[in-house]
Design a protein around this ligand. Structure first.
Ligand code: PLP
Length: 223
């Protein structure tokens, strides 16, 4: 039952926040609907959820267009040729991971006369073959983004490697928070940390996540 699962997730977020001396209201739950149909999204909305995450435009299109008043988060790798269609549909892009993508976002932001809210994805654990900036590249990257007037950097995003014991993900989340503290760029507020999924969101909240992206714990393994 979605209602019960949602209660459990909200309770776990509240417990993790209070353990860390944080306000649970400072953690936004993004319900990841990538395997989920319109009926379940409708139910989720009725239960008070308002933020939804999708990782591929092709799957997301019909859902976003069915529920355009919700706040949609683009959480997967974004190809530059999809930017034009993603911009009007998504409130926040969690996965800015290259300069080329930034240029495309700036270009289409100008063309469509929109501002683009983004998080910069960081490959904190420096995993081979994974998306995200190397932590060492982040300061120069953020500085370069200052010149891109259509891009509004709102924070950082990371994915931890999958591990059996979520405690092992803690250094990744702590690392992202340290980067947030260390990277100070004029006129840029890195207020958000998007980190934590079903397996590890409790640890992420303890380490300062302001956005958790949870799918399976809400909708089950197959939606
Ligand atoms: C699928 C996905 C999630 C949610 O994963 P669950 O383990 O189902 O909670 C979070 N973030 C990203 C980027 C995803 O692709």
């Amino acid at each position: 039952m979605l209602a019960e699962r949602l209660n459990e997730v909200n309770a776990a977020i509240a417990a993790a926040a209070s353990k860390a001396g944080r306000d649970p209201a400072a953690v936004k739950l993004v319900a990841v609907t990538k395997t989920v149909g319109l009926d379940q999204i409708r139910q989720a909305i009725a239960l008070g959820l308002h933020d939804f995450g999708e990782n591929r435009l092709q799957e997301a299109r019909a859902k976003v267009d069915a529920f355009p008043d919700q706040s949609w988060h683009f959480i997967g790798h974004l190809q530059t040729n999809k930017v034009k269609e993603v911009l009007p549909r998504f409130a926040l892009i969690h996965s800015l991971d290259s300069f080329r993508l930034a240029e495309a976002l700036q270009h289409w932001g100008e063309r469509l006369d929109r501002y683009v809210n983004v998080l910069v994805q960081v490959n904190v654990a420096r995993e081979k073959g994974k998306y995200g900036l190397d932590p060492g590249e982040l300061p120069d990257f953020l500085t370069a983004l200052r010149a891109m007037t259509r891009i509004k950097v709102r924070g950082l995003m990371a994915m931890a490697p999958w591990v059996e014991d979520p405690e092992e993900a803690r250094p990744v989340f702590r690392g992202l928070r340290l980067l947030q503290q260390q990277c100070s760029v004029p006129d840029m507020q890195l207020e958000h940390l998007s980190m934590g999924m079903t397996n590890d969101y409790r640890v992420a909240v303890e380490e300062g996540a302001t956005i958790v992206r949870v799918g399976t714990a809400l909708f089950g393994p197959h939606g």
